[in-house]
Write a protein that binds this ligand. Structure first.
Ligand SMILES: *Cc1c(COP(=O)(O)O)cnc(C)c1O
Length: 228
Protein backbone atom coordinates (compact mmCIF):
# COMPACT_ATOMS: atom_id res chain seq x y z
CA UNK A 1 0.00 0.00 0.00
CA UNK A 2 1.19 3.47 -0.81
CA UNK A 3 1.92 5.74 2.10
CA UNK A 4 0.25 9.02 2.85
CA UNK A 5 3.56 10.69 2.11
CA UNK A 6 3.79 9.15 -1.38
CA UNK A 7 0.22 10.08 -2.20
CA UNK A 8 0.56 13.64 -0.97
CA UNK A 9 3.80 14.11 -2.92
CA UNK A 10 2.09 12.70 -6.03
CA UNK A 11 -0.82 15.14 -5.69
CA UNK A 12 1.60 18.05 -5.29
CA UNK A 13 3.45 16.84 -8.38
CA UNK A 14 0.19 16.56 -10.33
CA UNK A 15 -0.70 20.13 -9.38
CA UNK A 16 2.75 21.29 -10.45
CA UNK A 17 2.48 19.45 -13.79
CA UNK A 18 -1.07 20.62 -14.41
CA UNK A 19 -0.03 24.19 -13.77
CA UNK A 20 3.06 23.99 -15.97
CA UNK A 21 1.03 22.42 -18.79
CA UNK A 22 -1.15 25.50 -19.04
CA UNK A 23 1.42 28.16 -18.19
CA UNK A 24 0.26 28.80 -14.64
CA UNK A 25 2.29 29.03 -11.46
CA UNK A 26 1.56 26.22 -9.01
CA UNK A 27 1.69 28.84 -6.28
CA UNK A 28 -1.63 30.18 -7.56
CA UNK A 29 -3.26 26.87 -6.60
CA UNK A 30 -4.04 25.89 -3.01
CA UNK A 31 -4.32 22.23 -2.16
CA UNK A 32 -7.26 21.66 0.18
CA UNK A 33 -6.97 18.22 1.81
CA UNK A 34 -10.52 16.89 2.12
CA UNK A 35 -10.38 14.94 5.36
CA UNK A 36 -13.97 13.76 5.93
CA UNK A 37 -14.02 10.33 7.64
CA UNK A 38 -10.27 10.56 8.33
CA UNK A 39 -9.00 10.32 11.90
CA UNK A 40 -7.20 13.19 13.65
CA UNK A 41 -4.00 11.12 13.38
CA UNK A 42 -4.32 11.12 9.60
CA UNK A 43 -4.74 14.88 9.53
CA UNK A 44 -1.78 15.33 11.84
CA UNK A 45 0.36 13.10 9.61
CA UNK A 46 -0.53 15.24 6.59
CA UNK A 47 0.14 18.37 8.66
CA UNK A 48 3.59 17.07 9.52
CA UNK A 49 4.22 16.74 5.78
CA UNK A 50 3.44 20.43 5.35
CA UNK A 51 -0.30 20.37 4.61
CA UNK A 52 -2.13 23.30 6.24
CA UNK A 53 -5.63 23.59 4.67
CA UNK A 54 -8.17 20.89 5.52
CA UNK A 55 -11.75 20.55 4.27
CA UNK A 56 -14.56 18.94 6.26
CA UNK A 57 -18.16 18.13 5.28
CA UNK A 58 -19.81 17.32 8.59
CA UNK A 59 -19.84 19.80 11.46
CA UNK A 60 -19.91 17.38 14.39
CA UNK A 61 -17.05 15.33 12.96
CA UNK A 62 -15.08 18.46 12.14
CA UNK A 63 -15.49 19.93 15.63
CA UNK A 64 -14.11 16.77 17.21
CA UNK A 65 -11.02 16.97 15.02
CA UNK A 66 -10.61 20.69 15.66
CA UNK A 67 -10.59 20.01 19.38
CA UNK A 68 -8.15 17.12 19.06
CA UNK A 69 -5.82 19.21 16.85
CA UNK A 70 -6.24 22.60 18.53
CA UNK A 71 -2.48 22.99 18.93
CA UNK A 72 -1.88 22.85 15.16
CA UNK A 73 -2.02 25.89 12.88
CA UNK A 74 -4.65 24.48 10.53
CA UNK A 75 -6.77 26.51 8.11
CA UNK A 76 -10.24 24.95 8.35
CA UNK A 77 -12.62 24.91 5.37
CA UNK A 78 -16.26 23.83 5.59
CA UNK A 79 -17.38 22.24 2.30
CA UNK A 80 -20.58 20.33 3.15
CA UNK A 81 -24.28 21.23 3.03
CA UNK A 82 -25.23 23.81 5.68
CA UNK A 83 -28.31 23.67 7.89
CA UNK A 84 -29.31 27.06 9.21
CA UNK A 85 -29.17 25.95 12.85
CA UNK A 86 -25.47 25.12 12.36
CA UNK A 87 -24.31 28.48 11.06
CA UNK A 88 -23.14 29.86 14.41
CA UNK A 89 -20.70 27.05 15.04
CA UNK A 90 -19.46 27.29 11.46
CA UNK A 91 -19.00 31.05 11.71
CA UNK A 92 -17.05 30.64 14.94
CA UNK A 93 -14.74 27.79 14.01
CA UNK A 94 -13.86 27.94 10.31
CA UNK A 95 -11.73 30.16 8.08
CA UNK A 96 -13.55 29.36 4.84
CA UNK A 97 -16.98 28.08 3.79
CA UNK A 98 -17.30 26.79 0.20
CA UNK A 99 -20.93 25.70 0.22
CA UNK A 100 -23.04 28.84 0.68
CA UNK A 101 -26.07 28.74 -1.59
CA UNK A 102 -28.72 31.00 -0.09
CA UNK A 103 -29.07 34.43 1.35
CA UNK A 104 -30.35 33.20 4.69
CA UNK A 105 -27.17 31.20 5.29
CA UNK A 106 -24.91 34.06 4.16
CA UNK A 107 -26.72 36.55 6.39
CA UNK A 108 -26.52 34.31 9.43
CA UNK A 109 -22.82 33.55 8.87
CA UNK A 110 -22.15 37.29 8.59
CA UNK A 111 -24.11 38.17 11.73
CA UNK A 112 -22.64 35.30 13.74
CA UNK A 113 -19.01 35.78 12.73
CA UNK A 114 -17.18 36.80 15.94
CA UNK A 115 -15.91 40.37 15.82
CA UNK A 116 -12.41 39.46 16.88
CA UNK A 117 -11.98 37.30 13.77
CA UNK A 118 -11.44 38.51 10.19
CA UNK A 119 -14.50 38.24 7.91
CA UNK A 120 -15.31 34.64 7.02
CA UNK A 121 -14.11 33.73 3.50
CA UNK A 122 -16.95 32.28 1.49
CA UNK A 123 -17.60 30.76 -1.91
CA UNK A 124 -21.02 30.40 -3.46
CA UNK A 125 -21.79 26.85 -4.51
CA UNK A 126 -23.08 26.61 -8.06
CA UNK A 127 -25.03 23.60 -9.30
CA UNK A 128 -23.12 23.84 -12.54
CA UNK A 129 -24.75 20.89 -14.32
CA UNK A 130 -28.24 21.49 -12.93
CA UNK A 131 -28.47 18.15 -11.16
CA UNK A 132 -31.55 17.63 -8.99
CA UNK A 133 -29.50 15.71 -6.38
CA UNK A 134 -26.87 18.41 -5.86
CA UNK A 135 -26.86 21.50 -3.67
CA UNK A 136 -25.97 24.87 -5.07
CA UNK A 137 -27.74 27.55 -7.03
CA UNK A 138 -28.26 27.68 -10.75
CA UNK A 139 -25.88 29.94 -12.59
CA UNK A 140 -28.76 32.20 -13.66
CA UNK A 141 -29.49 33.03 -10.02
CA UNK A 142 -25.92 34.10 -9.25
CA UNK A 143 -26.19 37.86 -10.00
CA UNK A 144 -29.11 38.28 -7.62
CA UNK A 145 -27.42 36.36 -4.80
CA UNK A 146 -24.14 38.25 -5.24
CA UNK A 147 -26.01 41.52 -5.14
CA UNK A 148 -27.74 40.54 -1.90
CA UNK A 149 -24.73 39.35 0.03
CA UNK A 150 -21.53 40.91 -1.24
CA UNK A 151 -21.57 43.85 1.15
CA UNK A 152 -22.39 41.85 4.29
CA UNK A 153 -19.71 42.86 6.82
CA UNK A 154 -18.97 39.53 8.50
CA UNK A 155 -18.21 37.63 5.33
CA UNK A 156 -15.88 38.15 2.41
CA UNK A 157 -17.18 36.81 -0.89
CA UNK A 158 -14.10 35.23 -2.45
CA UNK A 159 -15.51 33.23 -5.35
CA UNK A 160 -17.39 30.22 -6.65
CA UNK A 161 -17.38 26.49 -5.97
CA UNK A 162 -18.84 23.62 -7.96
CA UNK A 163 -18.91 19.84 -8.18
CA UNK A 164 -19.54 18.87 -11.83
CA UNK A 165 -21.60 15.84 -12.78
CA UNK A 166 -19.68 12.68 -11.84
CA UNK A 167 -19.95 10.67 -15.05
CA UNK A 168 -19.30 13.48 -17.50
CA UNK A 169 -16.84 13.00 -20.35
CA UNK A 170 -13.62 14.98 -20.08
CA UNK A 171 -14.95 17.41 -22.64
CA UNK A 172 -18.10 18.00 -20.59
CA UNK A 173 -16.08 18.36 -17.38
CA UNK A 174 -13.88 20.98 -18.97
CA UNK A 175 -16.96 22.77 -20.25
CA UNK A 176 -18.48 22.82 -16.75
CA UNK A 177 -15.27 24.18 -15.24
CA UNK A 178 -15.01 26.83 -17.93
CA UNK A 179 -18.60 27.97 -17.40
CA UNK A 180 -17.82 28.38 -13.70
CA UNK A 181 -14.64 30.30 -14.52
CA UNK A 182 -16.52 32.63 -16.87
CA UNK A 183 -19.15 33.29 -14.22
CA UNK A 184 -16.47 34.20 -11.68
CA UNK A 185 -14.69 36.46 -14.15
CA UNK A 186 -17.78 38.66 -14.31
CA UNK A 187 -16.93 39.74 -10.75
CA UNK A 188 -13.47 41.34 -10.59
CA UNK A 189 -13.46 41.34 -6.79
CA UNK A 190 -13.59 37.53 -6.75
CA UNK A 191 -10.24 35.73 -6.64
CA UNK A 192 -11.23 32.13 -5.97
CA UNK A 193 -12.41 29.17 -8.03
CA UNK A 194 -12.89 26.11 -5.84
CA UNK A 195 -13.07 23.22 -8.28
CA UNK A 196 -11.28 19.98 -9.06
CA UNK A 197 -11.29 16.74 -7.06
CA UNK A 198 -9.18 13.57 -7.19
CA UNK A 199 -10.58 12.46 -10.55
CA UNK A 200 -10.58 15.71 -12.52
CA UNK A 201 -7.64 17.71 -11.20
CA UNK A 202 -5.77 18.61 -14.45
CA UNK A 203 -8.92 19.81 -16.20
CA UNK A 204 -9.89 22.00 -13.26
CA UNK A 205 -6.41 23.54 -13.20
CA UNK A 206 -6.52 24.15 -16.95
CA UNK A 207 -9.80 26.00 -16.48
CA UNK A 208 -8.37 28.20 -13.71
CA UNK A 209 -8.96 26.48 -10.35
CA UNK A 210 -7.33 28.30 -7.42
CA UNK A 211 -8.39 25.81 -4.74
CA UNK A 212 -8.48 22.10 -5.55
CA UNK A 213 -10.34 19.88 -3.08
CA UNK A 214 -8.62 16.50 -2.90
CA UNK A 215 -9.60 13.63 -0.60
CA UNK A 216 -9.09 10.15 -2.00
CA UNK A 217 -5.84 10.87 -3.82
CA UNK A 218 -4.26 12.00 -0.53
CA UNK A 219 -5.80 9.75 2.11
CA UNK A 220 -6.77 6.74 -0.01
CA UNK A 221 -10.23 5.34 -0.56
CA UNK A 222 -12.65 6.26 2.22
CA UNK A 223 -13.49 3.01 4.07
CA UNK A 224 -15.64 4.31 6.88
CA UNK A 225 -19.23 4.83 5.85
CA UNK A 226 -20.01 8.50 5.51
CA UNK A 227 -22.63 9.99 7.78
CA UNK A 228 -25.38 11.82 6.00
C1 LIG B 1 -15.50 14.52 -0.67
C2 LIG B 1 -15.41 15.81 -1.36
C3 LIG B 1 -14.27 16.14 -2.13
C4 LIG B 1 -13.09 15.21 -2.33
O1 LIG B 1 -13.41 14.18 -3.19
P1 LIG B 1 -12.32 13.09 -3.62
O2 LIG B 1 -12.92 12.45 -4.81
O3 LIG B 1 -12.15 12.16 -2.47
O4 LIG B 1 -11.05 13.81 -3.94
C5 LIG B 1 -14.22 17.40 -2.71
N1 LIG B 1 -15.23 18.28 -2.58
C6 LIG B 1 -16.34 18.00 -1.86
C7 LIG B 1 -17.42 19.02 -1.76
C8 LIG B 1 -16.47 16.76 -1.25
O5 LIG B 1 -17.58 16.48 -0.55
Amino acid sequence: MKSLENRLLKVRQDIQQGATACGRSSESITLLAVSKTQSPDQLEAAYNLGQRAFGENYLQEAREKQQALANLDIEWHFIGPIQSNKTREIAEHFDWVHSVDRIKIATRLSEQRPENLPPLNICLQINIDNESTKSGIELEKLPELVEQIHSLPGIRLRGLMAIPRANNSEEQQLDSFQRLANAKNAYPFMDTLSMGMSSDLPLAIAAGATIVRIGTAIFGKRSQKEQK
